[in-house]
Design a protein around this ligand. Structure first.
Ligand code: NAD
Length: 384
């Protein structure tokens, strides 16, 4: 069976879905691997490294996809009119497509129509067995790290307290909003740089995790927030009253911060606005806000998606797209391993092909379409 790896063509995408390391392992499983020329360049992987790992370097997407039974992507393939290449039309019928597809019901129907078995890896259930295939975690972790590094770069003072013969520079006050995977890594990174770190979250479990990393917890808690976690581990959408009380607590704290990193997400919804215009206005000139949630609508009222902007009171807000893509070599390495683990977990050694049991919780969570039909419960058309 042939496995194809395409170059990512969507804007701000630097990652690639396979690395020479995973290519070697796919070949050891009995696959032949085709990598589109230039696929790894923006992640720092030249074609020659894929070739040295045993892959065929195909001149274009059509050549890579010809005869492929498995297609690995970071983002959803481009369809007709979305770019120079209609990648979807080139994917053979019956192929298994894996990536962070962010599919809409219309996209799922499109995959079914084309006979593509599409696996949306971001829908993986958050169970222990799935941890090593979890693209959301691997990518969020690196986004959290990168956010702090970029905040430090944009900040004109420094994170640690610096005691010098010429006098002392105080440590930066760093506030991390949302202490999931990205937020916890942001806390750890900011602590390592010497910042004075505090954090907030609505899920009750997050408070202990924040403290265990040496940061202080700042937040509003009540009966509602004590039940703020879904069975899947995500934060629930909370009431307007709760958000108003949370905002009151945060407002006084934010005015004293030098760096704010926002990572708060509520699954399936627009990111909550946690930092209002008035809160930004209360911050000191030179402060930096990094909004990792920018692609989900942003946690900061003044975020300009995809941009770095400075407010009239001198606060810089970094609202870049695709934070994992800003650390492309590392994020590709982890994404690629997540996909490798998925395929090796569901691998038929005899047939040298994927075997996806319909009753498996991971397969049920990820697979949108199969054999020309939409099968995912969240995407399947309602039965009349
Ligand atoms: P996420 O990306 O959906 O959200 C980021 C954080 O924002 C979450 O911690 C969430 O509680 C927080 N948030 C939402 N609304 C907020 C608000 N109004 N104010 C402040 N914070 C708010 O979450 P995530 O990083 O994907 O992780 C969620 C949980 O799932 C974590 O506990 C994580 O450890 C867990 N997890 C488990 C597994 C597994 O067991 N396989 C894998 C990954 C993550």
């Amino acid at each position: 069976m042939r496995l194809a790896v395409l170059k990512e063509r969507r804007p701000a995408e630097t990652r690639v879905a396979a690395t020479p390391e995973t290519v070697k392992k796919f070949i050891a499983l009995g696959l032949t691997v085709a990598v589109e020329a230039g696929a790894g360049v923006s992640a720092g992987i030249p074609d020659a490294e894929y070739a040295a790992a045993g892959a065929e370097v195909a001149p274009d997407a059509a050549a890579a996809l010809a005869g492929a039974g498995i297609v690995l992507k970071i983002r959803a393939p481009l369809g007709a009119g979305e770019g120079a290449v209609d990648e979807l039309a080139l994917i053979p019928r019956g192929a298994l497509l894996l990536g962070q597809l962010q599919a809409t019901p219309e996209m799922a129907e499109g995959y079914a129509r084309l006979g593509i078995d599409a696996g949306a890896m971001e829908l993986l259930p958050r169970i222990t067995r799935a941890q090593s295939m979890d693209i959301l975690s691997s990518q969020a972790n690196l986004a959290g790290y990168r956010a702090v590094i970029e905040a430090a770069g944009a900040f004109t003072r420094g994170f640690p307290m610096l005691m010098t013969a010429a006098g002392t520079i105080p440590a930066a006050n760093v506030f991390v909003m949302g202490a999931g995977v990205a937020g916890l890594q942001a806390i750890a990174t900011a602590r390592r740089l010497g910042g004075r770190v505090s954090a907030t979250d609505v899920r009750p479990a997050a408070k202990e995790e924040i403290k265990s990393l040496g940061a202080s917890f700042v937040g509003y808690e009540d009966e509602e927030s004590r039940a703020a976690q879904t069975a899947g581990g995500y934060a629930k959408q909370l009431s307007a009253e709760f958000y108003a009380k949370q905002a009151e607590v945060i407002a006084t704290h934010i005015a004293k911060q030098d760096i704010v990193v926002t990572t708060a997400l509520v699954q399936g919804r627009k990111a909550p606005t946690l930092v209002t215009e008035a809160m930004v206005a209360s911050m000191k000139p030179g402060s930096v806000i990094v909004d990792i949630a920018a692609d989900a609508g942003g946690n900061v009222a003044l975020t300009k998606p995809g941009e770095a902007a400075t407010t009239p009171n001198g606060v810089t807000i970094l609202g870049y797209h695709n934070w994992p893509g800003r650390i492309g070599a590392a994020s590709s390495a982890l994404f690629a391993r997540n996909l490798l683990t998925f395929l090796t977990t569901f691998w038929d050694k005899e047939a040298k092909a994927p075997k996806l049991p319909a009753e498996d919780d991971i397969v049920k969570g990820v697979l949108l379409t199969r054999g020309g039909a939409v099968i995912h419960p969240s995407f399947a058309p309602a039965k009349a």
